[in-house]
Design a protein around this ligand. Structure first.
Ligand SMILES: [Ca+2]
Ligand SMILES: [Ca+2]
Ligand SMILES: [Ca+2]
Length: 194
């Protein structure tokens, strides 16, 4: 009888404890759809490309290639960040053809689509391999609506960057695995004590 009661209590403890709290994603694009439909606006040369060199994951990646004249080429997404205590931007990037001084690709966010805050700035960057970026969004960008944009000014026809697995997600909450384990073992510990 006592064992049954203890088992019920322990099961209840396990149910009350938060289970694994994964980081919730508010935006992600791995470009496997072959379009930019998840984005709010696009100008110029931004596109998806199906090639192993352009994809960090899967078969497609995001591609920007110059010349971007007469103005910058911009890819923008509008997002609600309401309800998240933490958000971070993650993505993979690669300079496919070196950016010279004057070639610039920036990643920025804005509250009003007028004043932009820079997260990353790629310029004077030699041709290279994939690298991962991870930027926490500042407190001002949380619990509101923001625009996130990738903005490119590239002079040469071959100047080129790729991006893949772009994601904005909340930080994972630590899993209370130790407490869950105690809850799972409790019925056996109680039985052994009797
Ligand atoms: Ca991909
Ligand atoms: Ca342009
Ligand atoms: Ca170049």
């Amino acid at each position: 009888m006592r064992t049954r009661w203890c088992t019920r209590v322990c099961v209840l403890i396990i149910l009350i404890l938060p289970i694994v709290a994964e980081g919730a994603s508010i935006f992600e694009d791995n470009f496997e759809a072959g379009n930019l439909n998840k984005w709010s606006a696009m100008s110029g040369n931004w596109t998806t490309v199906a090639s192993s060199a352009s994809a960090h994951e899967g078969t497609r990646g995001l591609n920007i290639q110059g010349n971007t004249d007469p103005d910058e080429d911009v890819l923008t997404v509008h997002l609600s960040t309401i309800g998240y205590p933490n958000l971070g931007l993650r993505y993979w990037a690669k300079a496919r053809d070196g950016l010279e001084v004057g070639d610039i690709v920036t990643v920025e966010w804005s509250l009003d689509a007028a004043i932009w805050h820079q997260l990353a700035n790629y310029t004077n960057l030699p041709t290279g391999e994939w690298f991962q970026e991870n930027f926490p969004l500042p407190a001002e960008a949380l619990n509101t609506e923001i625009d996130l944009r990738f903005r490119a000014t590239l002079g040469g026809a071959t100047d080129r960057m790729n991006f893949d697995e772009i994601m904005i997600s909340s930080d994972p909450v630590p899993e209370p695995s130790g407490l869950v384990l105690v809850g799972l073992l409790s019925p056996f510990l109680i039985r052994r004590k009797r």
